[in-house]
Design a protein. Structure first.
Length: 358
């Protein structure tokens, strides 16, 4: 059933809504839209954090290059393949290869790894390796990568520039390039970045719609002590008029509104959200618009060094019985674990639209 498009005023009104009963209506709308457009399956992706080496100095991220407290690692191709097998054994439909923005990442090494996963498994392959040159994106696409995640983090260009020194490429240009290359395109934002207003956040949600994204991840900003933002006094930024709170509630609102503006997108319940509410975060997100979960399959010895922010929650697939738990949690909310790759229905519709336009 088509629903009327929701505009900026509407989005802002929901973002400012605090009444729990009225918010119930938003959760219900989002859950209904989710069911109609992407169904009851929850797609599982195995997250492989294959390197925490990063040359960037983003104000919020624990992997930033000046943070000397981390032991830096790069997994070997064989290590990565072992994690890929783990994802396969667990019946996941896709793997996400994620890393810091490693200036020494060899594009042909990654292309070789993508080819190997393609050859040896049926899994969909998602890359999440930051701002990279269009030639590299093309190389990896030709090697067989299906999807690419690159959050634009905020639609406010001034705020973006101030927290990401040294950007060479425009992320919005890269996202368009990814679409042209035939990737399923994913992006997203952090919620409650110091200096981010609720108006900015409304702009973020509208930009999801304009970009016609296939995958959208949103999560709360979580201060990391070894970053410039982690050293700010929370009172000084959180109390500023108009500032977006980095709260669990605000995250659910954005998640639900995102489902309403991009009904066919794949939307994960993110780790950052589960970090704020380890016992209920995933369940609530899945009932308020989300349809994807990304269990971590990075080997334990590397995982703790991938500290984007402190106390990162994760669904531990290594532990016996953890997945049975996940399946029963899903069953308890009337959902099932996805079978197959879990491609985004949005991409097919996007392609259809283009054909029509020709
Ligand atoms: N809190 C929450 N999310 C963060 N990310 C990076 N640092 C933080 C933080 N301190 C998110 C960014 C990035 C994704 C991989 O992790 O949005 O795109």
């Amino acid at each position: 059933m088509p629903t009327p498009p929701i505009g900026r005023e509407h989005i802002l009104a929901w973002l400012h809504e605090e009444n729990p009963e009225r918010l119930e209506a938003l959760w219900r709308l989002a859950d209904q839209r989710r069911r109609e457009c992407v169904g009851d399956e929850v797609h599982l992706r195995g997250l492989i954090e294959f390197s925490n080496v990063c040359g960037r100095q983003c104000a919020y991220c624990g992997l930033r290059q000046p943070n000397t407290k981390l032991r830096r690692y790069r997994m070997t191709a064989d290590d990565v393949m072992a994690s890929v097998r783990e994802a396969e054994r667990n019946g996941f439909g896709a793997v996400v290869l994620q890393s810091g923005e490693d200036p020494e990442l060899d594009p042909s090494w990654l292309a070789g790894l993508v080819r190997r996963i393609r050859r040896e498994t049926k899994l969909a392959i998602t890359l999440s390796v930051g701002e990279r040159a269009p030639e590299e994106l093309r190389l990896w696409r030709e090697a067989g990568a299906d999807r690419y995640l690159l959050r634009f983090e905020t639609s406010n260009p001034k705020l973006f520039a101030s927290i990401h020194p040294g950007s060479v490429f425009s992320r919005l240009d890269l996202l368009r390039e990814l679409g042209r290359l035939g990737y399923e395109v994913g992006s997203g934002v952090m919620i409650g970045i110091p200096g981010q207003s609720v108006d900015d956040l409304a702009g973020d949600i509208l930009l999801f719609e304009t970009l016609n994204l296939d995958m959208i991840g949103v999560g709360p900003f979580i201060p990391h002590p070894d970053t410039p933002f982690g050293r700010l006094d929370p009172k000084r930024w959180l109390d500023r008029p108009g500032q977006t709170p980095n709260s669990e509630l605000m995250t659910y609102k954005v998640l639900a509104l995102t489902r309403l503006v991009c009904p066919y997108a794949n939307i994960p319940s993110t780790t950052a959200l589960a970090t704020l509410n380890p016992s209920q975060g995933h369940r609530l997100a899945l009932s308020r618009g989300a349809n994807v979960v990304m269990p971590n399959v990075t080997p334990a010895r590397f995982r703790e060094q991938y500290a984007i922010y402190p106390d990162k929650a994760c669904i531990d697939v290594g532990a016996d019985g953890a997945l049975t738990d996940l399946a029963s949690h899903l069953a308890a909310i009337g959902r099932t674990a996805g079978k197959g790759r879990g491609d985004s229905p949005n991409k097919g519709r996007r392609a259809t639209d283009w054909t029509k336009r020709r």
